[in-house]
Design a protein around this ligand. Structure first.
Ligand SMILES: NC(=O)c1ccc[n+]([C@@H]2O[C@H](COP(=O)([O-])OP(=O)(O)OC[C@H]3O[C@@H](n4cnc5c(N)ncnc54)[C@H](OP(=O)(O)O)[C@@H]3O)[C@@H](O)[C@H]2O)c1
Length: 287
């Protein structure tokens, strides 16, 4: 296990990973992009730092003494804005990769990079593995895949890198089941026939720890076992509470980013990883 671990982007996922690894006795460095969340980070990590990758003045000395790293950056704007995506998955990731390549001290390092299973895009609902080609017809997917390639390109005998492609995240503060039930009886402008992928926050934390311990390299889907269409999922959630169904479209809206794939987690399971939450339909385990 790493002795000194860094989290670039202590947001929803990064904070949970930092908290867990610190509880295991790992010395934690964690970053945020500005002063606003620095005090919060003081409770979370041993070395809170401000770092905005992509800024010309960014100080990458935070990377110098680490032996494990999680890259968990995401645009923090509420709505999708292409410029923000490009700033993070283009400029910021590439700046960080360059800084990692130029670290002054040559120490062994394991890097986990969080990407999205959404890059598979439209697979017509087919079983989709890490060998399935991403759907590059969408510009966001193409950007995310380019960022993955940049990180994987760091691989040397000293730096081992892996990409974890996450499903949509649910967990504390992100109660997707409740969001869906709240739409019961209402029209939602998304294709109900499409199959999405999901994963619980706790399993992401465990997945990052697993990747670090096993020094995983390459690409792994980190998704739960649920492979239902939006309509099947919402029907299951609404029926359960006697609610009317959500009314989904039966077609794609023009320009919509399509995600329709049965994303397989078999590769990670074959490595020995097991989920604690198989799907959001599972009963919540008692504390
Ligand atoms: N949310 C999902 O359902 C989902 C699904 C699939 C994949 N993912 C992936 O999972 C990862 C983590 O997601 P999340 O939900 O934890 O994101 P989040 O809560 O929005 O946190 C993003 C973090 O990135 C930091 N950040 C933004 N721009 C940065 C930059 N230029 N340089 C350095 N740090 C920067 C933010 O800084 P501040 O602390 O200053 O805000 C924040 O700490 C992302 O890569 C995302 O693409 C998420």
């Amino acid at each position: 296990m790493a002795k000194r671990f860094g989290v670039i982007g202590c947001g929803y996922v990064g904070s949970a990973v930092a908290l867990h690894l610190r509880s295991q006795g790992v010395e934690l460095t964690g970053t945020t992009t500005g002063p606003a969340r620095l005090v919060e980070l003081c409770d979370l990590v041993d070395h809170p730092r401000i770092l905005r990758c992509g800024d010309p003045s960014a100080d990458f000395s935070v990377l110098d003494d680490l032996d494990g790293l999680l890259i968990a950056m995401a645009p923090t704007t509420a709505s999708y804005e292409e410029d923000q995506y490009r700033a993070v998955y283009g400029d910021a990731v590439h700046a960080l990769v360059n800084a990692l390549r130029e670290r002054p001290r040559a120490r062994p390092l394991h890097v986990s990079y969080l990407s999205s299973a959404g890059i598979y895009g439209d697979q017509s609902g087919a079983i989709t593995t890490e060998l399935s080609p991403p759907d590059l017809s969408n510009t966001t997917n193409a950007l995310l895949v380019e960022a993955e390639h940049a990180v994987l390109g760091l691989n040397t005998p000293l730096i081992q890198t892996c990409v974890l492609r996450l499903g949509g995240i649910y967990g504390p503060g992100k109660d997707i089941s409740s969001y869906i039930r709240r739409a019961a009886g209402q029209q939602v402008a998304k294709n109900g026939n499409h199959i999405n992928a999901w994963v619980h926050l706790d399993d992401i934390v465990r997945g990052v720890e697993f990747a670090l311990q096993r020094r995983l390299q390459g690409i792994y889907n980190l998704v739960d076992d649920l492979q239902l269409s939006r309509r099947e999922l919402s029907n299951a959630l609404c029926d359960d509470e006697g609610l009317p169904p959500v009314i989904w479209d039966n077609h794609d809206r023009p320009g919509a980013r399509v995600f329709n794939a049965r994303v397989s987690n078999a590769r990670l399971r074959q490595m020995g990883f097991s989920l604690t939450t198989r799907s959001m339909l599972d009963p919540v385990p008692a504390c």
